[in-house]
Design a protein around this ligand. Structure first.
Ligand code: ATP
Ligand code: MG
Length: 376
């Protein structure tokens, strides 16, 4: 480990709210291996997870590992608001950075309809006008295949937050993309998404163009053992000590959610002296809840009584939500009310369902709800 890496760890052993790279990137060894070999063999991938599970960090690590032998491109559709922007961003992402003459030749040959203006330097980019945007989109979508063929290298193209494609006029963009991509034998596509209902509509509805277009992967949280080792190492790297029982406690509270675990670990690390004690954990949770309380109150104010009751119920016990004892205990009155409230909470992405068990998506919101229950 070089000096810069060591001092970065010392400064901030835990990181949340940003894309993570080593040394803040834990585990995912199996996923890295599987995704890499799928993409290398030409398999398209559709990857879903709830927000902040680490999709972007994982896929960027995959691209980093593959960039020696493959052409790679990553585009985040979250920032794209128009077809013009899409075209511009897509060209910048898929045209390999290289000699200016080569970039100009690619553009002239494959997208004759645009008037490019290329800026040089470290943040080299291409700005241009596309007078006939529909025709340009056609040409631009074929760029990865053409470049891959020219360079005789497979290209991996990642669309992050793919559900945002709807901003560009869903049906026709999806149709055009699908009709192009299916002929691209030199390109492996990856589609990432975190809005389940929108993502499912695109890939699981047999009437939509992208129905079953690739291998579907649901990214899980991090495995407990690996996260345990990671937390222990991070504390050690900064000269602090944390007992196994305290690490277990953190992971039980966060349920191994990547973002919330890093957040809580950071808070504890920040608060503790040389050795973590029980009080540090309690105080850290209090701090996070205090910071978030305004946001949680806004959520609370925006939902009806049955949704509130169901949230409180799920925060306390996560299964049998349709059973009579649950309905009675949380004043839900009927199974229909449970069902309706569940739809609302799902749409608002406040809960996650896994193996027929229900979870509050934001683990600290879960803690906030539990506290509310105990003081009610
Ligand atoms: N492999 C990992 N090891 C440790 N922490 C991780 C890992 N992956 C993600 N995290 C934590 O989760 C946070 C969110 O990661 P990332 O932005 O990659 O997730 P995402 O699923 O793309 O989120 P979103 O749905 O908001 O786009 C990171 O800031 C980091 O704290
Ligand atoms: Mg992301």
């Amino acid at each position: 480990m070089n000096e810069t890496t060591t001092s970065r760890i010392k400064k901030k052993p835990f990181l949340f709210g940003a894309i993570v790279k080593p040394p803040h990137f834990a585990d995912r060894k199996q996923e890295l291996k599987d995704i890499t070999s799928d993409l290398a063999s030409g398999q398209h991938i559709i990857m879903y997870s709830p927000k902040r599970y680490g999709k972007t960090s994982l896929i960027l690590k995959v691209l980093k590992n593959m960039e020696q032998d493959y052409l790679t491109a990553y585009i985040d559709l979250f920032e794209i608001t128009s077809k013009q922007k899409f075209v511009e961003k897509y060209i910048n992402c898929v045209v390999p950075k290289g000699k200016i003459e080569e970039v100009a030749e690619i553009l002239k040959k494959y997208i004759p309809g645009i008037l490019p203006k290329i800026t040089l330097g470290e943040n080299a980019s291409i700005v241009f006008e596309a007078p006939k945007i529909e025709k340009t989109i056609d040409e631009v979508l074929d760029l990865p295949q053409k470049i891959a063929k020219k360079k005789r290298k497979r290209m991996i193209v990642v669309f992050d937050e793919f559900q945002e494609i709807k901003r560009l006029g869903t049906e026709d963009m999806e149709n055009i993309m699908r009709s192009k991509f299916q002929h691209h034998d030199m390109v492996s596509y990856v589609f990432l998404g975190s809005k389940r209902h929108m993502f499912d509509e695109i890939f699981k509805d047999r009437n939509r163009p992208f129905f079953k277009f690739g291998k579907q992967i649901v990214l899980d949280k991090l495995p407990k053992d690996e996260f345990h080792t990671y937390i222990k190492e991070r504390f050690k790297a900064t000269g602090k000590k944390i007992d196994d029982t305290h690490i277990d406690k953190i992971l039980n509270i966060t349920n191994c959610h990547p973002y919330y675990t890093q957040q809580l670990a950071h808070e504890i690390w920040n608060l503790s002296n040389l050795s973590v004690d029980e009080k540090d954990i309690e105080n850290s949770i209090e701090n996070v809840l205090r910071d978030q309380s305004y946001a949680y109150e806004l959520i609370w104010d925006s939902i009806g009584n049955y949704s509130r009751s169901l949230l409180l119920g799920i925060a306390t016990e996560n299964n049998n939500i349709y059973s009579m004892p649950f309905i009675t205990k949380y004043n839900l009155n009927s199974a229909t009310n449970v069902q309706k409230a569940l739809q609302i909470l799902k749409k608002k992405e406040l809960i996650e369902i896994k193996e027929e068990k229900y979870y509050i998506e934001d683990v600290f919101f879960g803690q906030w709800l539990k506290k509310r229950m105990s003081t009610a």
